[in-house]
Design a protein around this ligand. Structure first.
Ligand SMILES: C[S@@+](CC[C@H](N)C(=O)[O-])C[C@H]1O[C@@H](n2cnc3c(N)ncnc32)[C@H](O)[C@@H]1O
Length: 336
């Protein structure tokens, strides 16, 4: 059976020409890692001036429908009939919270939302937990104003973020507490500190009933240098680590720590710390600017930190602007 995935107009706006290629790369990565290679003949197509990605899949299992519904690029999914007609299929979205959680914050230096979702998806797909539907624990150790945290919460995962920029900490702590109030979500928020670093703990219920039953999502947000993670959290606390590293160029509002230290110096010393925070079977996904750090160099640093770098069928590299060629790399901590 052949299928057609309608590429979301929002991904299209952001990546322009790269959107269908990134959608195909994500689809292929998920096919390889989660669907046992059952997905074949992935092609970019245009029907009626609109971008699609088409592919063959022997059986649209519940697992396959779930993953296909939640790809960052998925706007709609169709069965592609032999005569070219498109048969709409019902999506099974994982989102548990209103989508404005992810879209409403606008600030310079924000990681694109669709790309953040793609990075989380690909990292999850590479981990040993890809088919588990339990609330995983996600850490963004360079979390800015929380794009990864918001996406993780939206999936029903527990989210932890560490950010050195105090302005970012204050802005996101304020935003998220106001957002849960505005959406009348039952929650408990506590602002305190851990080892001298300011911290926000927020526990929220997707519904009143779930909050009452203690079935809550936990957000932990710490204002600290990422190297403090070993002191602040227990080792092996996180299933997934997902982060967008500083680009090493003057980018948006971040002119302090973001540019003061070269990305390779930061990653070289931070990777062993992050690895210590990862649970066996977990995976780490990093987006970075390849114009300031070569892929082979980053792969070497990950291997030296004891992680196994994953190879995907197609590259995720794409241009953000003249000084940023973004790519992603994912590495696993094997259970052995
Ligand atoms: C590319 S931005 C991430 C943006 C974030 N994904 C968002 O959408 O808001 C990288 C972030 O890393 C932070 N950072 C840089 N060095 C750090 C360090 N040593 N410890 C913690 N955060 C750091 C920067 O302040 C910046 O917010």
């Amino acid at each position: 059976m052949r299928y057609a995935l309608l590429v979301s107009p929002s991904s299209n706006r952001v990546y322009a020409q790269s959107a269908p290629a990134l959608a195909a790369a994500e689809l292929l990565a998920v096919g390889q890692r989660v669907l046992g290679g059952a997905l074949a003949n992935v092609e970019q197509a245009t029907f009626g001036s609109v971008d699609y990605v088409t592919f063959d899949l022997a059986e649209l299992s519940e697992l396959a429908r779930g993953w296909l519904s939640n790809l960052a690029a998925t706007f709609a999914l169709f069965g592609l009939e032999e005569d070219g007609r498109l048969l709409p299929l019902t999506l099974d979205r994982w989102d548990q919270l209103p989508s404005d959680l992810i879209t409403i914050q606008k600030y310079s230096g924000k990681t694109n939302e669709a790309f953040t979702k793609l990075l989380l998806n690909v990292t999850l797909a590479a981990s040993a937990f890809a088919t588990e539907r339990r609330p995983l624990s996600v850490l963004d150790p360079l979390c800015g104003r929380g794009t990864t945290l918001n996406q993780a919460l939206s999936y029903g995962f527990h989210a932890t973020g560490v950010e050195v920029d105090k302005k970012d900490f204050e802005a996101y702590a304020l935003f998220i507490q106001r957002w849960v109030k505005d959406h009348r979500l039952k929650h408990n928020a506590v602002q305190g500190s851990v080892k001298g670093n300011p911290k926000l703990d927020l526990e929220l219920g997707v519904t009143k009933e779930r909050f009452k039953a203690g079935d809550t999502l936990r957000l932990t947000y710490v204002s600290a240098d990422t190297h403090a993670i070993a002191q602040v959290f227990q080792p092996r606390s996180f299933d997934l680590i997902v982060t967008d590293a500083p680009y090493g160029v003057q980018h948006g509002a971040h002119s302090g720590p973001d540019t003061a230290r070269k990305p390779q110096e930061l990653l070289q010393t931070a990777l062993p710390v992050w690895r210590g925070a990862l649970r066996p079977g977990g995976a780490i996904g990093i987006a970075w600017n390849q114009l300031v750090l070569r892929r082979t160099e980053l792969a070497r640093m990950l291997q030296e930190a004891g992680l196994e770098v994953c190879e995907f069928p197609q590259t995720f590299e794409h241009r953000v602007d003249s000084s940023i060629a973004r790519d992603l790399i994912v590495a696993r901590l094997t259970s052995r």
